[in-house]
Design a protein around this ligand. Structure first.
Ligand code: HSE
Length: 435
C-alpha cells in the first residue's frame, strides 16, 4: 500500500521531516508494510538556505497542490490564521492532518478536533509536545487504562537550556538565549519561550488528552523565567532545590490545576537533573503509578521524528480503517473546573535591614493568614544598599509549608507595605515529589 504525503511549510522542522521521509523511506516500509511517498513540499521561499536540499520535482509554492495530491497533509507553517485555514480546508477535502502547531492546538484545538472527529479523520499532533518524546502516544496508548492524576513537565527546551547554561556555564541570560536561537531551539518569537507561553500551550494540550476536555487557554496560569535571579537560584540551591520552568496539570477531585511557572524542585529528583535542551514529562496514573519520559524537546531532527511517527500512525489508521481514535476533546462528560487557588509550598525572599523585630513582623503577617513556616534562611551578606542613608540590606528567605495561593498573595500584599521590607518580595513556588 502507498500513502501520499505532502508538507506545507519547509522551515527547520519541515526540512527535517522531508529529509527523514526521503532518507528512511525503505526502513519505514520494511517495518510497516506501507510505502510513504513524499509527493509535494510547499513553501513560499525556495531561495533560503536549508540543511537539506529538497528535490526540485516535489517543490511547489502553492499549498493547494499539497491538498490536491496527498492523503496526509503535514502542516508545519506554524502561526495561527493561515495554519487554521489550511487544516480546516484539508479536513473538508477528507485529508488527514499532521501538525506540530502547539500554539494553534492550545488555542483552537476544540474546533479542529471536533471537525476531524465528525469526518472520521485524524489530526496527529505528537510533535506539538516534547519534540521527539512520544508522550502523546504514551497518554493515548500505553497509559490509556489509567485515570491520570498528574503531569509534571519540562516542556520548553529553550528555557531549560537557558537556565542550565546560566547555572552551570555562568552565561548571561542574553548569551544563553543567543546560543539557543543559533541551535534552532527557540520559537520565531522567543518571547513565547521565555514568557512560559510555549510550555503552557504544550501542557494545555496534554491536559486535554489526560482529562478529556479542552480548557480555555486564557485561564491557564503562566509565568516565565524573565525575573529569575542568580541570588534566588543560589539560595534555593542551599536549601536543596533546583529551579526549573515546570508545567503542571493535576486533578484534585473535580478540579484541575494547569499552570506554568519557575518552580523549585528537590535537586535529587529526576526532573531536576533534566538539563539543556532536554525535555521530560512525569505522568502519574492511578494504576501505573509514576512514569517518566525523557528526550530532546526541540530541534529539527527530534521533532521530525515525532512528525513521521504521526504520519505512520495515520497510514496505519487508513490501512486498518478500524477507528478507535482518541480525540482530546469531550470524552469526559463530567463537569471539571479549573482551580486557581493553588495549594503549594512557597519560597519567599524579602530584602530587609538586619535589625530587631524584622523577622517577627513578617512572620506575624504569615501567621495571621494561617501560613506555617517550614524553614528560614538569612544571610549576613549585604545584597544592596537602600534609602537615603545607604542602609545595608540582606536577603531573608522563608520557605512555607503548603498554603493556599490566595492567602499567600494577601499576606504578601501586606508584607510589602511593611516599612522594613525593601522592594518587591520574590515568590517561587515549590513542588515536592509526594505532592
Ligand atoms: N521553542 C520550543 C522549545 C521548540 O524551546 O522547546 C519546540 O517546541
Amino acid at each position: 500500500m502507498k500513502i501520499k504525503v505532502g508538507i506545507v511549510g519547509c522551515g527547520v522542522v519541515g526540512t527535517g521531516t522531508a529529509k527523514l521521509l526521503l532518507e528512511n523511506r525503505d526502513i519505514i516500509r520494511k517495518k510497516t508494510g506501507i510505502d510513504f511517498q513524499l509527493v509535494k513540499v510547499a513553501d513560499l521561499n525556495w531561495n533560503k538556505k536549508r540543511e537539506y536540499e529538497i528535490p526540485q520535482g516535489i517543490r511547489t509554492t502553492n499549498y493547494k497542490e499539497v491538498l490536491e495530491n496527498c492523503d496526509v497533509v503535514v502542516e508545519l507553517v506554524g502561526g495561527l490564521d493561515f495554519a487554521k485555514k489550511l487544516i480546516l480546508e484539508a479536513l473538508e477535502k477528507g485529508k488527514h492532518v499532521v501538525t506540530a502547531n502547539k500554539h494553534l492546538l492550545a488555542m483552537d484545538g476544540e474546533t479542529l478536533f471536533t471537525q476531524a472527529q465528525k469526518r472520521n479523520l485524524r489530526i496527529g499532533f505528537e510533535a506539538s509536545v516534547g519534540g521527539g518524546i512520544p508522550v502523546v502516544k504514551a497518554l493515548r496508548e500505553g497509559l490509556v487504562g489509567n485515570h491520570i492524576k498528574a503531569l509534571y513537565g519540562i516542556l520548553n527546551g529553550t528555557t531549560n537550556y537557558i537556565l542550565t547554561r546560566m547555572l552551570e556555564g555562568g552565561l548571561s541570560f542574553e548569551k544563553a538565549l543567543k546560543e539557543a536561537k543559533e541551535k534552532g531551539y527557540a520559537e520565531a518569537d522567543p518571547s513565547l519561550d521565555i514568557g512560559g507561553w510555549d510550555a503552557a500551550h504544550k501542557i494545555n494540550i496534554l491536559a486535554s488528552l489526560a482529562f478529556g476536555k479542552f480548557f480555555p487557554f486564557k485561564e491557564v496560569y503562566v509565568e516565565g523565567i524573565e525575573n529569575i535571579n542568580r541570588l534566588d537560584v543560589e539560595l534555593g540551591r542551599e536549601l536543596g532545590y533546583t529551579v526549573k520552568l515546570l508545567a503542571i496539570a493535576k486533578k484534585v477531585n473535580s478540579e484541575v490545576e494547569i499552570r506554568v511557572h519557575p518552580t523549585f524542585i528537590h535537586s535529587e529528583e529526576a526532573l531536576a537533573k533534566v538539563d539543556g535542551v532536554y525535555n521530560a514529562v512525569m505522568i502519574e496514573g492511578d494504576f501505573v503509578g509514576k512514569t517518566m519520559f525523557y528526550g530532546k524537546g526541540a530541534g529539527s531532527h527530534p521533532t521530525a521524528s515525532a512528525v513521521v511517527s504521526d504520519i505512520v500512525e495515520t497510514g496505519k489508521y487508513i490501512l486498518c480503517n478500524k477507528g478507535g481514535e482518541i480525540y482530546p476533546v469531550s470524552w469526559e462528560k463530567e463537569e471539571i473546573s479549573l482551580r486557581k487557588n493553588f495549594f503549594s509550598r512557597y519560597y519567599l525572599r524579602f530584602d530587609v535591614p538586619d535589625k530587631p523585630g524584622v523577622l517577627a513582623s513578617i512572620s506575624r503577617v504569615l501567621a495571621d493568614f494561617n501560613i506555617s513556616i517550614a524553614a528560614v534562611l538569612q544571610k549576613e551578606k549585604v545584597c544592596q544598599l537602600a534609602g537615603k542613608r545607604n542602609e545595608p540590606v540582606i536577603p531573608l528567605v522563608i520557605l512555607t509549608h503548603k498554603a493556599y495561593e490566595k492567602d499567600i498573595q494577601k499576606a504578601l500584599s501586606k508584607i510589602k507595605n511593611l516599612s522594613v521590607v525593601i522592594g518587591e518580595p520574590v515568590l517561587i513556588r515549590v513542588e515536592e515529589e509526594q505532592d
